[in-house]
Design a protein around this ligand. Structure first.
Ligand SMILES: [Zn+2]
Length: 219
């Protein structure tokens, strides 16, 4: 079994719908590690109506990547917070080569990346996962109309909140997100493979099996 504290500084890589966010939440629920989701951070900024949030939202709603510098600054300040002192998982960052290089430059040898985990899923499978996804507007729980339906349609089992389809989970935005992943994020696999930190997981399997393999890879 994994210890309850770990010195892991990880990047989780995967196309939209590959399940990396769900897996990151599971790991963070089990060990003392900060789950840093740039998508969640940006959506919170968007809800708060901050300038950064409003700017980011216009890109996300169109299925585009938020500009590098905006994200880099946000992540830099986040990993300096006390809860991220020894261990963190970056979920949704880096998404481009410039972001990956900025991350490397920002980490000293003492706190360099320890793992980069890639969650591999075929595109046709991703499309089905994403178009059926519904998110709880209140607690953020994620459901699926076919694979993980709530007891009552449109209502979150956890908190009774209303389930909504995220604007970036609509079909036209998904096509763009997958294309952006292919062209901008997939090249990071080679970048991290060259550095000897990349581990690849076949994530077209049940979440429990993927989770077990993930724990093994993170030892
Ligand atoms: Zn909820």
């Amino acid at each position: 079994m994994m210890p309850t504290t770990m010195q892991a500084r990880c990047v989780f890589l995967g196309a939209p719908g590959a399940g990396k966010g769900t897996q990151a939440k599971r790991v963070a629920g089990m060990v003392d590690i900060a789950h840093i989701s740039t998508g969640d951070m940006l959506r919170e900024e968007g809800k708060s109506g901050s300038e950064l949030g409003m700017e980011a939202k216009t890109y996300m709603d169109a299925g585009k990547l938020v500009p590098d510098q905006l994200i880099i600054d946000m992540v830099k300040s986040r990993i300096q917070k006390p809860d991220a002192a020894s261990a963190w998982i970056l979920d949704g960052f880096p998404r481009t080569l410039p972001q990956a290089e900025a991350l490397d430059q920002n980490l000293s040898n003492d706190n360099a990346l320890t793992h980069v985990i890639s969650f591999a899923v075929p595109e046709a499978v991703l499309m089905g996962r994403l178009t059926g996804r519904r998110t709880c507007a209140r607690c953020g729980a994620i459901w699926h109309i076919a694979h993980k339906p709530p007891a009552k349609a449109g209502i979150c089992d956890n908190c009774g909140g209303e389930l909504t389809q995220r604007s970036d989970d609509r079909e036209e935005a998904i096509g763009k997100r997958l294309e952006v992943y292919r062209t901008q994020t997939a090249p990071l696999l080679a970048y991290y493979r060259d550095r000897g930190v990349l581990k690849e997981i076949d994530a077209d399997r049940s979440p429990d099996i993927v989770f077990q393999e993930l724990l093994t890879q993170m030892q």
